[in-house]
Design a binder for this molecule. Structure first.
Ligand code: ZN
Length: 136
């Protein structure tokens, strides 16, 4: 369970859900874990470049389905790095990877294997032991 300390705002991670009261690792205040729980985040990764409408519909559909079924807060590249004319691929990747690092789960859209960005994101997720979902 992830909970936000109401005193200092730091996220505390507690693997024992039976402990209702926890002591913040940062400011040492005691607080109620369950009352301050924050949802874990899941990132949707997949191909964008070369698809009609940047494949946005596939990302949106996956987000809607996963939010309903997984209990995660779900982020897509369209949430975290909105389209800006002239923005480079590397600039998009900077924003996407920053957002990905706040997640602990990733969902891969079909065709991710052929996307330079999505394979980088998948590599990170594998090596950092994220929960990984392969969508069909
Ligand atoms: Zn605190």
């Amino acid at each position: 369970m992830k909970s936000k300390c109401p005193n200092c705002g730091k996220i505390n991670i507690n693997s024992n859900p039976d402990n209702i009261i926890c002591r913040c690792f940062n400011c040492y205040e005691y607080f109620n874990l369950s009352a301050n729980e924050v949802k874990s985040k899941m990132y949707v990764s997949g191909p964008i470049t070369g698809f009609p409408e940047y494949n946005k519909k596939a990302f949106d559909d996956a987000k809607m389905k996963l939010e309903k079924e997984s209990g995660y807060e779900v982020l897509t590249p369209f949430d975290v790095s909105p389209f800006t004319p002239g923005k480079t691929w590397i600039a998009y990747m900077h924003e996407d990877l920053k957002a990905l690092m706040d997640c602990d789960a990733i969902a891969m859209l079909p065709g991710w294997e052929y996307s330079a960005g999505a394979t980088i994101e998948h590599d990170l997720a594998v090596k950092l032991s994220f929960t990984i979902i392969y969508l069909k």
